[in-house]
Every structure is written in structure tokens, then in C-alpha cells.
Design a binder for this molecule. Structure first.
Ligand code: FRU
Length: 485
């Protein structure tokens, strides 16, 4: 039996063995992408291919921890109903034996060209890294071509997560990197044929320019045009918390600017966080045939209490965010739930006009474990307004401080922790609650907050509270329990 075959069998056996215990978890989500067993992390190879959307993902089938990753695979025609496809990549070859790490996909000649990082570690923990190519005719089976990019001079082996695109008659690749001086960087490559790649230099970071002193490693870069700008998304590590910013262990965000494909240079502005919640990392985008720039992110942050999630008892860990469409408004990236998320709604909206006066209220009609809630026409002159979902999470808008805050009861020790950012005025909220996750879109995606939380299974209430007077309209929908086939 080939090594690939052995690994596949072992992973499927693990899945079979723990199926019942995984499915019995009350915190299993209803409409998000999760692993069948083990740990899921970054979205990979996100592409629309021959009409169908494909999301591959980092997968460790054998434990709820990190290690020699596989590429798992989900596909969908509508972003609501997903098919769990067979394993796309196993870490079977010498150049990837410690993991088929993150990467991307591009369509060429009617085939999928997938680029990913082959991660290799020896007994002493020394690391090697190879950027590898695998080609698929139909999205399911990949023909591995092995390493196509070797480590250029000047970098450590923390060099990974290739993202490839086509522009102005050539192909480009950005790779997340760390320089020998231990500075985070994005490296740029160029190719005419998708097989031979030339190193072009550091695109940004690496101890120079605006991101000269911005952490020790940039993971998962993604460069694409949005509106009149070019956006570089990446996940920097080693940034100190500062005021309301950078509160998670690692960050995920972007810089906006102008990429010049002729010179391989990128002029850009300041780093902005993409999400202000607790759990959002390694986002990846694709462009679909409707011209939409769509993003998925991993709903977690590496090394941030990963081993304390209660789902570990049930042999699985982590989920993806909902798919979101990106828009550029006033030079800033906004995220809105993909239009298809409306197809998750079951039945008509429940609409309630609420007037609160220095009081707390639980609305009978607004409750559930998996629902969407929209708050509009908010009018309040002073003080704060909040909503608490279950007994685990609270969202607060303070008109006096001009802030929005997400508070959760830590799943590690029950202590309340918070994430916060400035918002001049709250006009609208769209909130997606799943059994153990929340995604809040503030003012049509001006800011978003993404988090896991673990409410008591018997508490499905939503409680509203206001310090003064607040008037608003709520529309609420129950959302489908999608069976991941
Ligand atoms: C980001 C990341 C990537 C790497 C992958 C390994 O979460 O660390 O840099 O390719 O996860 O699973």
C-alpha cells in the first residue's frame, strides 16, 4: 500500500471511530464548515471551478492539535449545502512529510493548479520548507508535481502559504515569510508558465518601509484588487497589543495600496485589522464569476487557548467563518455576509419594534440556538445599549464612548474578557448566532466581531438592556441545520 493510501485509510478510520461522539456534541455547529473529526484550521485553495465552489482546508485527522496536516475538501454550488469530498492531499511525500501546509488554487487550461507548502522537520526540530504544485483535472484527485519554489537567500524556513494569481499576462505568487533578522515579510515571485518561478524580492515588511517593525512572521498573504485599490491581506505574528488594537495572540488584517506588476512593488497604507473579535485568522479570498471577492477565515487564532475548547471532549476542534463578500468603502475593506446566507433562513422574519427605557427585557419571539438577527432604525440619544446571547456573550454599544464591545465569559476560566473598537454611531447590526459561534456585522460591515462561545445548552434567550432610552426594530430568522453530507 502506498504511503498516501495508508494515510487516507488511517484518517477515514479515525473519522468512523469517533463519528458518534462527534455528532453528539451540542456545540456542533448548524451551518458552518467543521472537521468531521480532529482539528480544522486555515481555508486553502478557495476557488470557483467550472461553476462549483471549493474550499479545501488544513486538517489534522488524528488529534485535536496541530501536526502533519492534510488538505480536506468541501464543495458547494450555493454556499448553503456542502458536500464533504474525499481527502485532497495527504502528507505522503518526503517534501511534505510534516504537513501539506496552507496554499491556494488557480484555474489554468481547465485544471486546478494548487500551490501549498511542504513542511519538513527533522528530529532536532530543524525545519525545511518547499512551495509545491499539485494539479487536478476535476478538483478531487491531485497529481503532485513536488517543489516548484525553493527558499531564497535571506529568509528562515518560516516561509509558507503561497497565494497565486494572474495579472497583466503573467502569474504572481506571494509567500508569507520571516527574514534572517526575524522580521515578518511577504516575498514575491513571478512566472510565465506556473512551473518556473523567479524570486522578485520582498513585497513588504522585512525590516523596511511602513511595516519595517511589524512582528516576526507574516502568515497567509493574499493580494488582490478591490475597487480602485489593491489589498494585501496577511496574518502577522509578534505585534504588541496597543489600546483597543491587536488584542489577540496573533492578528489578521490588511494594507490597501497600489501593486505595480511591472516592477513588483507595492505602495500601501497602514495595517488595519479585519475583524475585532476573539477568533479570526488566516483569511483567504477568491473571485467568483459574479465578480465578487469572497472571504473565508478560520474561526480561531493559533496558540490562543486552543486546547481549552469544550468540543475537544467530542474529538473535534474549530470551524470556518461564514463566507463574506468584501467591499471597498472610503478606502477601507468592509465585510458583509454573502448574499446566499439569506437562503439559510427558515420561514418569514419575526419583526418586533422595541422601545426600552432604562430596562432589561427578554423578548419571547427572539431566541434560539442558530439564528440571524438584524437591528435597524436604532434611535438613542445617550448611554449604552446591549444584547446578551445565552449566558455567554454580550455585545454593547456605548453612544457616549462611541465604542462597540464584545464580551464573553472565557471558556478557559469563566472570567469576562472583551474586545472593542471605535464606532461613531451605530446604525445597524446583523448578528449570526450558531450553537457555539457569533458573527456580528456592525454598520454593514464597517466592523465585524467573530467569536466562539459556549452558552449553557439550555439557555437560548437574547436579553436586551439599555441605560437610557433606545428604540429599534428587530428582524429575526431561524437558520437551517444544514447536513454536511
Ligand atoms: C496559519 C498556519 C499557516 C500554515 C498552517 C499550518 O494558521 O500556521 O502559516 O501553513 O497554519 O497548518
Amino acid at each position: 500500500m502506498s504511503r498516501d493510501e495508508q494515510l487516507r485509510r488511517a484518517a477515514y478510520e479515525e473519522m468512523e471511530k469517533h463519528k458518534d461522539v462527534v455528532e453528539k456534541d451540542p456545540y456542533r455547529l448548524h451551518y458552518h464548515l467543521m472537521p468531521t473529526v480532529g482539528l480544522l484550521n486555515d481555508p486553502n485553495g478557495f476557488i470557483q471551478f467550472k461553476g462549483t465552489y471549493h474550499v479545501y482546508y488544513q486538517w489534522m485527522p488524528f488529534k485535536t492539535g496541530h501536526g502533519a496536516k492534510f488538505w480536506g475538501h468541501y464543495s458547494s454550488n450555493d454556499f448553503v449545502n456542502w458536500t464533504h469530498e474525499e481527502i485532497a492531499l495527504t502528507p505522503s511525500e518526503w517534501y511534505e512529510k510534516n504537513g501539506c501546509y496552507s496554499g491556494s488554487a488557480i484555474e489554468h487550461d481547465g485544471k486546478i493548479y494548487a500551490y501549498y507548502t511542504g513542511n519538513v522537520k527533522d528530529e532536532e526540530g530543524n525545519r525545511e520548507t518547499y512551495q509545491c504544485l499539485a494539479i487536478s483535472e476535476e478538483s478531487l484527485h491531485f497529481d503532485k508535481r513536488g517543489p516548484v519554489v525553493h527558499l531564497p537567500d535571506g529568509f528562515t524556513a518560516h516561509f509558507r502559504d503561497p497565494k497565486v494569481w494572474e495579472q497583466d499576462g503573467a502569474f504572481f505568487m506571494v509567500v508569507g515569510a520571516q527574514t534572517r533578522e526575524l522580521k515578518g515579510a511577504v516575498a514575491l515571485f513571478r512566472s510565465d508558465d506556473l512551473e518556473n518561478w523567479d524570486y522578485q524580492g520582498v513585497l513588504t515588511g522585512g525590516g523596511e518601509g511602513r511595516l519595517a517593525d511589524f512582528g516576526y512572521m507574516f502568515e497567509c498573504p493574499d493580494l488582490f484588487p478591490l475597487g480602485e485599490r489593491d489589498i494585501l491581506i496577511f496574518s502577522p505574528q509578534g505585534i504588541e497589543a496597543s489600546g483597543m488594537k491587536y488584542q489577540n495572540v496573533y492578528q489578521a488584517g490588511y494594507v490597501a495600496g497600489q501593486f505595480d506588476s511591472a516592477t513588483g512593488t507595492f505602495e500601501h497604507g497602514e495595517f488595519e485589522e479585519l475583524d475585532r473579535g476573539f477568533d479570526f485568522y488566516a483569511p483567504q479570498t477568491t473571485l467568483d464569476d459574479k465578480g465578487r471577492r469572497i472571504l473565508f477565515a478560520w474561526m480561531s487564532v493559533p496558540d490562543q487557548n486552543e486546547q481549552d475548547h469544550p468540543t475537544i471532549e467530542h474529538k473535534w476542534l474549530h470551524t470556518m467563518t461564514l463566507p463574506r463578500e468584501l467591499k471597498l468603502v472610503d478606502g477601507k475593506v468592509r465585510q458583509v455576509p454573502l448574499e446566499e446566507m439569506e437562503d439559510l433562513r427558515v420561514g418569514p422574519a419575526i419583526q418586533v419594534n422595541v422601545e426600552l427605557n432604562r430596562e432589561t427585557r427578554v423578548l419571547k419571539a427572539v431566541k434560539g440556538k442558530a439564528f440571524e438577527m438584524e437591528i435597524t432604525d436604532l434611535s438613542m440619544t445617550e448611554g449604552w445599549f446591549d444584547l446578551t446571547v445565552g449566558d455567554g456573550i454580550r455585545f454593547v454599544y456605548s453612544s457616549g464612548e462611541q465604542t462597540v464591545t464584545l464580551e464573553r465569559k472565557s471558556y478557559v476560566n469563566g472570567v469576562v474578557e472583551k474586545r472593542q473598537c471605535s464606532v461613531k454611531q451605530l446604525n445597524s447590526l446583523r448578528v449570526f448566532v450558531d450553537t457555539s459561534s457569533i458573527e456580528v456585522f456592525v454598520n454593514e460591515g464597517e466592523e465585524t466581531f467573530t467569536a466562539r462561545f459556549y452558552p449553557s445548552p439550555n439557555n437560548d434567550t437574547v436579553r436586551f438592556e439599555t441605560s437610557h432610552q433606545a428604540v429599534f426594530t428587530i428582524r429575526k430568522w431561524d437558520l437551517k441545520h444544514v447536513n454536511l453530507k
